[in-house]
Write a protein that binds this ligand. Structure first.
Ligand code: PEP
Ligand code: MN
Length: 343
């Protein structure tokens, strides 16, 4: 159920409605809107009778929400979610709402030199956010697992060295959420953890923006339900990421599901980022899919870049050199111009 308040409803009216919802044993979720406040009700096992609310002051309408995901749905919040972060050189980085954002950097943080070289190069080429994994979820227990705390420290150093380029990094364990959230600007939840509900609740309890990657065999509905876990904990700063799904096709690492983007944009107000690196697994395919992502209506890109891909400790085959990344940015800008997006 969604309660739409009248435009002139007072804070006291909103509080009265929230108190009544709590009295019924459910959770009120205030949804910030451009013109008026809406209150989403969660925690109710079945339908609620709208008549319960009919006589409370300030209510315009009580509407049933037909979808199993509620707080992330466009039905509940028609306006795009816009996430704003302080960026390099004091300019804000804006994610969502008609802007296009580019996150780039190595798959894994490997050393100070590797990270700082990449950070400087991607910033110079026009990237807004630096990516780099410090805690790496690897298929093999013998593969490089990341520099962990030392990697986080290097990311913080790279942010300082670039004049404040925001950093995004993956958190894989609930026990690390507080530590990672105290350093990173955006928390990444990886494909393998999309339905790690304890982790979703833990990042939902922080007030750091979160990027939730689609699981490799997750439906759009499952992705939205996973995002609902985060938002239902009170963290509205969530973006989604399409990074390819597993299909019968072995010639690409994953099948980048660009057809999901317009569907996701219709169903939810959350920004959606496309990751053509994991989506294709091959650096030669990344620029073409990056251009396609802009054209199809994504809100941004996440691209893996490494100064020496042949020597990368993870995902070298899909990593672009800084020079290739700079070329990608030029062609992405051209498409952004055509579709009227601001980069
Ligand atoms: C990554 O971004 O490096 C990563 C591990 O991605 P995914 O979770 O999509 O596999
Ligand atoms: Mn990777």
């Amino acid at each position: 159920m969604l309660i739409l308040m009248k435009a002139d409803a007072t804070d006291a009216d909103v509080e009265t409605v929230c108190a009544r919802i709590r009295e019924l044993g459910f959770a009120p979720n205030r949804i910030p809107g451009k013109t008026r406040v809406a209150i989403g009700i969660t925690g109710n096992p079945g339908a609620i009778d709208p008549a319960i609310f009919a006589r409370l002051p300030g209510i315009a309408e009580a509407v049933a929400v037909s979808r199993p995901w509620k707080l992330v749905s466009r039905e509940v919040k028609p306006d795009d979610t816009v996430i704003t972060l302080p960026g390099a050189g004091g300019t804000d980085v804006v994610i969502g709402g008609g802007r296009f954002v580019v996150m780039a950097g190595p798959c894994a943080v490997e050393s100070r030199e590797q990270l700082l070289t990449t950070a400087t190069a991607v910033l110079e080429a026009g990237a807004h956010i630096l990516r780099g994994g410090a805690y790496k979820p690897r298929t093999s227990p013998y593969a490089f697992q990341g520099l962990k705390e030392d990697g986080i420290a290097l990311l913080a150093e790279a942010r300082a060295a670039t004049g404040g380029m925001p950093i995004i990094t993956e958190v894989v364990d609930t026990r690390d959420v507080e530590f990672v959230a105290s350093h990173a600007d955006i928390l990444q939840v990886g494909a393998r953890n999309m339905q790690n509900f304890a982790l979703l609740e833990a990042v939902g309890s922080t007030r750091r923006p979160v990027m939730l990657k689609r699981g490799m065999s997750a439906t759009i509905q499952e992705l939205l339900m996973a995002a609902e876990y985060i938002v239902s904990k009170g963290n509205y700063q969530v973006m989604l990421c399409e990074r390819g799904i597993r299909t019968f096709e072995p010639m690409t690492r994953n099948t980048l599901d660009l057809g999901a983007i317009p569907v996701i944009k219709r169903l939810t107000h959350l920004p959606v980022i496309v990751d053509p690196s994991h989506g294709t697994g091959d650096y030669r395919s990344v620029p073409a899919l990056a251009r396609a992502a802009v054209a199809v209506g994504a809100d941004g890109l996440m691209v893996e870049v490494h100064p020496d891909p042949a020597r990368a400790l993870s995902d070298g085959p899909q990593s672009l050199t800084p020079a290739n990344f700079a070329r990608l940015m030029t062609s992405v800008r051209a498409i952004a111009d055509v579709v009227g997006l601001r980069l």
